[in-house]
Design a protein around this ligand. Sequence first.
Ligand code: ATP
Ligand code: MG
Length: 230
Amino acid sequence: PDWPDKGDVILENVSVRYATGLDPVLRDVNVRFKAGEKVGICGRTGSGKSSLTLALYRIIDTFQGRILIDGVDISHVPLLTLRSRLAIIPQDPVLFQGTIRFNLDPEGSKTDDELWQALEIAQLKPVVSELHMTLDAQVTEEGENFSLGQRQLFCLARAFLRKARILVMDEATASIDIKTDKILQQVVANAFADMTVLTIAHRIATILDADSVLVLSDGSVEEYDTPSNL
Ligand code: ATP
Ligand code: MG
């Protein structure tokens, strides 16, 4: 099967910075996220949570240590491969201008049935049907015709179609209506039950539900333990 088929993530002495000459924003981080584990990541603003996701995508430079996914050092993986195999859902995602089909499946490799199934799993079928939309309906510029929570659900549908083993979810800090928020939690819990899920957590419920919680403080690991031990 395609790499990564398990979703085991190891950070070994990882230090990360935005550019040469700048101070590191992650310092000597050693953690292992086991395959299938649900991890909540928390810490104050500026502690390095988003930087950790950027390092996984190699958007910023790991200048010391290494990140292994299923035993492979990601610095040896071609960028396009790496980025297509990890699913990262940003806090405030924008959709592409184009059809729903294109937004779900930019490579055009899925059947209509698969696309509808993904919409169903992401609980977007009622949304799309209510708007009398087909797969070829246009998403307006940056997805403004969908709410923030719905845009995150579209990203989850895309991640599901890609069969990504690793999902990184940056929970929205902006207000999402309670119903959509519940749906988001459910979709992540159900559709990604077997996957490794790292959630940058802004909600206490996410932290309590996690298998383990990583607390970052000023770029270093402050705690990494089960929620009940914290
Ligand atoms: P928040 O909870 O506010 O999202 P965070 O934990 O995600 O915070 P990061 O965005 O990872 O924090 O920021 C960690 C450090 O990296 C901060 O000191 C920040 O100033 C710095 N930083 C973030 N983006 C850049 C950038 N583009 N260039 C240089 N430094 C940056
Ligand atoms: Mg952040």
